[in-house]
Design a binder for this molecule. Structure first.
Ligand SMILES: Nc1ncnc2c1ncn2[C@@H]1O[C@H](COP(=O)(O)OP(=O)(O)OP(=O)(O)O)[C@@H](O)[C@H]1O
Ligand SMILES: [Mg+2]
Length: 631
């Protein structure tokens, strides 16, 4: 019943938004809210902007895309700021076809469909409202009714520039239905809808021999010729091509570089001149954003052909590379799985991360910078701290290759491999090792991996595996400690007390007996040795920590477990070293005794409750880590 109510509400809402009036009434609206008369490009830009823009590290993040596009912030920033924004300001770029160019399954179609869905929604809001001449198949802009010679006056009064001339059909209707009185022409509010073919179109080339230009520009309606007497009567023409229908909004041109030239020339005149030719009529004005997409190899062969120069110069190419951040890649997979029919399967924690590590490695190019291998580069790109490097280095690394991210493993390959493993094995749960194995097994058949690359890719799989091993060990060790954070904090506080006493040449007081005692050198060393601090370097290290500590105190900030990257690592390693034997014996014992069994159950419960495992994946993890520790 709930859904029926919702449908009803939706219908009521649509009713509420409907508006119809005369052109004179419409001018009142335009006077109060000039934005209703904006161009298609401007509408797209304002739509993107109105979803929110967040400034982060001197970079603008457009939240419009944030819900479904991950890790492509700079490509999106470029798209918005080098195309949408200037196009909205009526600069020259809007006269060019927007061509998204990038590797397979890198998110091009997703971007286009977000824009389409976004426009449908936006046209139902106040800021995004669109009005059109009622009964016009191209939902023509009502302002076209203003005669050319009065447009300067109109601009003076309203501050709005009118482009394009009244279409042949509406010219005739104005004459026949309204006796030339433009103020009486009926205007209505329209709502973009791809399904209803209002303001949003898609053109997909098929066989050029059978495909007709009519698909783009409409065709003669033979059934009505008799009624209207002539082929050149616009009432005997169906303005129902994609270019007609997409007027005021946007048209997606799929596989543009595969399409026949005759189609492309129509597009060129439309983008360049703002009009196109249909049937035996004067040029028809149209206002729409044309967005096309292609992959790099197709694009390269297109530009290498001299014949395409004219076309090429009328396109604006926006690269859409693959995402290069491991954490964002994980989100991409999560999203794709959620949308797929394997969403019921339990994916063990870190399984997608392992796959993401492999994919990102395959997309990165070796840096020429000293001391940066691909794994370090991968970490830096993902925003992790890597000894000796910082985010300034990341900028430099990114500048080393303009075309990084244009090849490598695509997200669809990963998801296909995961699905096929799940379906083939009918398993209710999948872990990182299953995922890596299935990725490896599929490499042979991957169309874009050559024999030479295969070796490199296998190496990436084994790096991903090693990274996962470390993650898995940490996870289990953490689960072995009753309260990991608590223990780490206690150990660190203890260490800091000792360091303070050592540096200030003080004594500590035993909390139980109140006796004075010397700093515990053994404890401090046991922690410092974990990160390779030598006997000679210990003093400097301790002093550095103390300076950091007092800097924090001065600023009124709490120095905690996460405040010092190296100390954190040392504490973690120390905790794990103390645990190692327990973990090793417990996890690998074939016949655990009663207390071991109790511990195992405790750990498994913690993995399930706090770390997102189920009982199958938790048991698998324990067994695996047991075998790792025994190597
Ligand atoms: N950066 C990304 N953020 C979010 N999802 C992504 C990203 N890259 C790819 N995807 C996902 O991968 C799948 C394939 O993407 P999409 O179809 O948009 O790619 P495409 O570039 O159009 O590919 P093709 O060239 O094969 O047509 C989609 O499910 C998409 O959501
Ligand atoms: Mg696509």
């Amino acid at each position: 019943m709930d859904i029926i109510n919702k449908v009803k509400n939706l219908r009521d809402e649509e009713k509420r938004l409907e508006w119809e009036g005369t052109f004179a009434d419409y001018l009142e609206i335009v006077k109060n809210r000039p934005e209703v008369a904006q161009t298609a490009h401007s509408r797209v830009y304002n739509m993107v902007k109105s979803a929110g823009v967040e400034e982060r590290d001197g970079r603008r993040m457009y939240e419009f895309f944030g819900s479904s596009i991950f890790g492509l912030e700079s490509a999106i920033e470029r798209l918005v700021e080098e195309y949408f924004h200037p196009a909205a300001k009526r600069l020259d770029v809007r006269k060019r076809i927007l061509l998204l160019m990038g590797p397979v399954s890198g998110g091009k179609s997703t971007i286009v469909s977000m824009l389409k869905r976004g426009l449908e929604h936006y046209s139902r809001t106040d800021e995004g409202a669109v009005y059109a001449i009622k009964g016009c198949p191209m939902h023509e802009d009502p302002l076209h009714l203003i005669p050319q010679h009065l447009r300067e006056d109109f601009f003076q009064e309203y501050g709005i520039r009118i482009e394009g001339s009244l279409s042949p059909l509406n010219t005739m209707r104005l004459d026949k239905e309204y006796g030339g009185k433009i103020e009486n022409v009926k205007v209505e509010r329209i709502f973009f809808s791809e399904d209803k073919r209002i303001g949003i179109g898609t053109f997909s080339p098929s066989d050029p021999k059978s495909q007709d230009i009519a698909d783009l520009t409409g065709s003669i309606d033979f059934s009505t010729i008799a009624e209207f007497g002539s082929e050149s009567d616009p009432r005997a023409y169906r303005f129902d091509g994609e270019l007609n229908k997409a007027n005021r909004g946007m048209m997606e041109f799929q596989e543009i570089l595969k399409s026949d030239e005759k189609f492309l020339w129509h597009l060129l005149s439309l983008t360049q001149e703002g009009n196109f030719k249909a049937g035996r009529f004067a040029l028809i004005s149209a206002d729409e954003l044309i967005i096309a997409h292609t992959n790099e190899s197709e694009y390269k062969s297109f530009i290498s052909n001299k014949k395409n120069e004219a076309l090429h110069s009328r396109m604006i190419v926006m690269p859409i590379p693959y995402n290069l951040k491991v954490s964002e890649e994980e989100r991409i997979y999560q999203k794709m799985i959620k949308e797929s029919d394997i969403s019921h399967v339990h994916v063990a924690p870190h399984a997608l991360r392992a796959a993401a590590i492999f994919s990102i490695l395959s997309r990165l190019k070796e840096s020429k910078k000293q001391g940066v291998d691909v794994v370090k580069k991968m970490r830096l790109y993902d925003g992790e701290n890597v000894e000796g490097f910082n985010q300034v280095d990341v900028e430099e690394l990114r500048k080393e290759y303009q075309d990084e991210g244009m090849d490598g493993i695509d997200p669809r390959y990963v998801i296909n491999r995961i699905s096929s493993t799940i379906i083939r094995k009918e398993i209710p749960s999948i872990n990182a090792l299953d995922v890596l194995r299935s990725l490896k097994e599929g490499l042979d058949q991957h169309p874009s991996i050559s024999k030479d690359d295969l070796e490199t890719y296998l190496n990436y799989i084994s790096i991903a595996r090693k990274e996962y091993d470390e993650i898995a060990k940490k996870e289990v060790q953490k689960a072995f400690v009753y309260s990991y954070e608590e223990s780490a904090k206690t150990l660190m506080d203890n260490y800091l007390d000792n360091v303070e006493a050592y540096c200030n040449k003080n004594k500590l007081r035993d909390p139980l007996t109140g006796e004075e005692m010397n700093p515990d050198e053994k404890l401090m060393r046991s922690i410092e040795e974990q990160i390779g601090i030598s006997e000679n370097a210990k003093k400097a290290f301790r002093e550095e920590i103390l300076i950091r500590l007092s800097a924090y105190a001065r600023k009124g900030k709490r120095f905690d477990y996460n405040s010092h990257e190296r100390l954190k690592e040392a504490i973690q390693k120390k905790l794990f070293a103390d645990l190692k034997d327990v973990v090793k014996i417990t996890t690998s014992s074939k016949t655990p005794d009663e207390s071991q069994l109790k511990k195992i159950n405790e750990v498994i419960a913690r993995l399930i409750d706090e770390h997102g495992y189920n009982s199958v994946s938790a048991n698998e993890l324990l067994r695996y880590v047991g075998s790792l520790l025994n190597r």
